[in-house]
Design a protein around this ligand. Structure first.
Ligand code: MG
Length: 277
């Protein structure tokens, strides 16, 4: 069963989403060469405390930190630690918050310092744009698979990187979100014809859409710490995510400060009014 939210519940999720956006603003600013990933985790914990929000990652299945920090060939679920960031690194910061019992979850990719090759800059760009293509497909009457297809189609239409291919990570994907962080339905970032078309998208549905793209293989493995996910071929990766509510008036990107207005306007989609504006 997919949990459908009332407008009031979506307003709570929007409040949580704005806390996540603030975590991203502050941690991205601090993600400079010489900072450790633990420094970023401390900032995230401080933002949650300042806003009276609760962490949803900390303690989730035993996860030991407030955010996930995934550097270079780490695709997702990297644990913040004494790892010091260096110029040229590619870092994803995955963060969440709970407000009044309602969850939000989002991820950004940060190019640390300078000296990134064009290929890495393009990797982050196409991953982010594939997320927005997926969000634009979150329309009443569409099916879940239409979101998966939009993400995959966007990536497949890009000129190939020097590495020869983009890997759309298969073992992880997006998810329903609301009274819990991870809920039905699971959302693939590609079309798997064996799975059917998935549920119809209806107002009240909230999805975390999160493409994870590598410069090589779609295959990943988990390290002995039972969290850190790396690409099997060691290629570097990007991860972008937003939590999105579908309302009677269209989508609202809960974790984007402007609700997704600017990015979706460019794709011909009008966002729903912000319940907290
Ligand atoms: Mg997520």
């Amino acid at each position: 069963m997919v949990e459908l939210k009332t407008p009031e519940q979506i307003a709570h999720m929007r409040a949580a989403g704005l806390v996540v956006a603030e975590i991203h603003r502050r941690t991205a600013e601090a993600a400079v060469p010489g900072a450790s990933t633990k420094d970023l985790d401390d900032i995230a914990a401080a933002v949650l405390a300042e806003r009276g929000a609760k962490p949803n990652f900390l303690g989730y299945g035993g996860f030991p930190a407030t955010i996930c920090t995934s550097v270079n060939d780490v695709v997702v679920h990297g644990i913040p630690d004494r790892t010091v960031l260096a110029s040229g690194d590619i870092l994803s910061i995955d963060a969440g918050a709970i407000v009044n019992g309602w969850h939000a979850d989002a991820a950004i990719t940060v190019l640390v310092g300078e000296g990134h090759g064009a290929e890495l800059v393009e990797l982050s760009r196409v991953t982010e744009e594939s997320l927005w293509a997926g969000i634009a497909a979150m329309r009443k009457g569409n099916r879940l698979v239409d979101v998966s297809r939009a993400v995959e189609t966007y990536i497949r239409r890009q000129p190939l990187p020097v590495s020869g291919k983009y890997g759309i990570v298969e073992q992880y994907g997006g998810h329903g979100i609301g009274s819990e962080m991870h809920m039905d339905p699971h959302l693939l970032n590609y079309v798997d014809r064996r799975r059917g078309r998935g549920p119809r998208l209806v107002p009240g549905m909230c999805l975390a859409i999160e493409p994870m793209i590598t410069l090589g293989t779609p295959k990943t493995h988990v390290l002995a710490d039972e969290w850190t996910v790396k690409s099997n071929d060691g290629t570097w990766s990007s991860h972008w995510e937003h939590s999105v509510a579908l309302t009677e008036e269209g989508p609202l990107v809960l974790t984007a400060p402007d609700g997704g207005r600017e990015k979706l306007a460019a794709l011909g989609v009008t966002v729903a009014p912000d319940p907290l504006a």
